[in-house]
Design a protein around this ligand. Structure first.
Ligand code: 2NE
Length: 270
């Protein structure tokens, strides 16, 4: 499979294959732990994916086959957050989580090896997760002096249930791919050498579907959970659909032509 570079970054690889974009953390020497820069680059790549009309689905993954992501890089964790080159402490992975959830295109986590800590949360917030048989899942926060009580707790509980989510956080155990499948934490488990092939096949299926239907569905799934922000997403999509209609265009045309709009011909549906 050929992956064409979209943009060069320092800590991630950002490539595409047709309508599929792939964002891959490229720090295999630390099991793809992220720094503020890694996260900043992933956010930028996600924004590019959002803007590009030729991209229909995004794969999130890690390089090397031994880890998806091991969470925040503890070696740069300082006073008040993860410290980047500008010496400012940050927790910008929370912003990335929000973008993954709100970007109006499906995001698929392709998980080989460790998905741990903040890296585990990243796969949790993806729309779908496909795991290799070597994948290992878990939270470590209470072991290392951290926690993610946002999506990392509440959305995890929506995915696997309250009891299991509390077990995952309170015990910090690690779970293999089959256990993850059994608790509904991943969608599919495949041999490591079939991981990319399977993920790409799923992406191709997604690309054959109506993009507006997928967009509406993603925001509909979110709306129930995300309060006013979720309703804003869903309503934004309703506005997009309305702008595409002749009825909405009559309003704009009338304003531009300095006349009264004539909405009389548009049906008042039951
Ligand atoms: C992932 C795990 C269990 C793998 O164990 P193992 O034995 O297979 O590998 P090893 O030897 O631990 O790791 C290989 C190298 O990667 C580094 C290690 O220090 C080691 O380096 P060297 O000794 O070879 O120099 N490495 C791995 N993970 C790292 C990390 N997160 N930061 C810095 N270096 C890391 C095992 O490696 C492990 O438990 N890793 C730590 C997982 C962890 O606790 N992550 C942070 C959780 S907190 C978080 O992510 C977070 C949050 O809670 C809230 C908001 C945002 C983030």
């Amino acid at each position: 499979l050929t992956w064409t570079p979209i943009k060069e970054f320092r800590e991630i690889l950002f490539t595409q294959h047709g309508g599929i974009a792939k964002i891959s953390i490229n720090r295999p020497q630390v099991h793809n732990a992220f720094t503020p820069l890694t996260v900043q680059e992933m956010i930028e790549a996600m924004r590019i994916c959002q803007d590009r009309t030729d991209i229909g689905v995004i794969i999130l993954t890690g390089e090397g086959g031994r880890a998806f992501c091991s969470g925040g890089d503890q070696s740069v964790r300082g006073h008040g957050g993860y410290v980047g080159e500008d010496t400012v402490p940050r927790l910008n992975v929370l912003e990335l989580q929000k973008i993954i959830r709100s970007i109006p295109k499906p995001v698929v986590a392709m998980v080989a090896g460790w998905a741990i800590g903040g890296g585990h949360v990243l796969h949790v917030v993806c729309d779908l997760s496909i795991a290799a048989d070597n994948a290992r899942f878990g939270q470590t926060g209470p072991n290392v002096g951290s926690f993610d009580g946002g999506f990392g707790a509440s959305y995890l509980a929506r995915v696997v249930g309250q009891k299991k989510a509390r077990e995952i956080w309170f015990l910090c155990d690690q779970y293999d791919a089959q256990e993850a499948l059994d608790m509904g934490l991943v969608n599919k488990v495949v041999p490591l050498d079939k991981l990319e092939e399977t993920t790409v096949a799923w992406c191709h299926k997604i690309l054959q579907k109506s993009p507006l239907a997928l967009r509406m569905l993603k925001s509909s799934f979110n709306a129930e959970l995300d309060g006013q922000a979720g309703i804003q997403e869903l309503a934004g999509n309703a506005t997009l659909l309305y702008y595409l209609s002749e009825e909405a265009k009559e309003g704009r045309n009338a304003y531009m032509e300095k006349r009264q709009p004539d909405f009389s011909k548009y049906p008042k549906f039951p």
